[in-house]
Design a protein around this ligand. Structure first.
Ligand code: 5GP
Ligand code: ZN
Length: 114
């Protein structure tokens, strides 16, 4: 999608601070970090929201978590703990409509989230 920020990153039109990339997934540091580690893990294929997922996407979504696991290990937060969040639609705080898994860590996390 030409008007999608994360598709532009996947296409190389915008260069994020990439921490992981393979043929299906890109992970990069959030421009406005909410924790010492704040990485966004995105599928290279455009999917707007969780509501747009179908059964064929199950493996791809699982892979986002495997990449999150690697990102956490690389940033040294795997053992102390980290949070993964995927917001769905504006009411939950989604502002970029290309699904992405937030990986947050490096500070204590409160519950429930706001
Ligand atoms: P959402 O609010 O959709 O769950 O998360 C979108 C995230 O994208 C936000 O945390 C925001 O800071 C991040 N973001 C927005 N624009 C950019 C950008 O141009 N570069 C990077 N690296 N992150 C961005
Ligand atoms: Zn997109």
């Amino acid at each position: 999608m030409t008007d999608c920020l994360f598709c532009k990153m996947v296409a190389g039109d915008i260069s994020p601070d990439t921490v992981y990339e393979d043929d299906e997934v890109l992970a990069f540091r959030d421009i406005n970090p909410q924790a010492p580690t704040h990485v966004l893990v995105v599928p290279k294929r455009h999917i707007s929201t969780i509501n747009d997922l179908n059964a064929d996407d199950a493996e791809l979504v699982g892979k986002l978590y495997l990449v999150a696991q690697q990102v956490a290990a690389k940033d040294g937060i795997a053992e102390e703990g980290y949070r993964t969040v995927m917001n769905c639609n504006a009411g939950a705080g989604q502002s970029v409509f290309h699904i992405h898994l937030h990986v947050l860590g490096g500070r204590p996390m409160r519950w429930p989230p706001g």
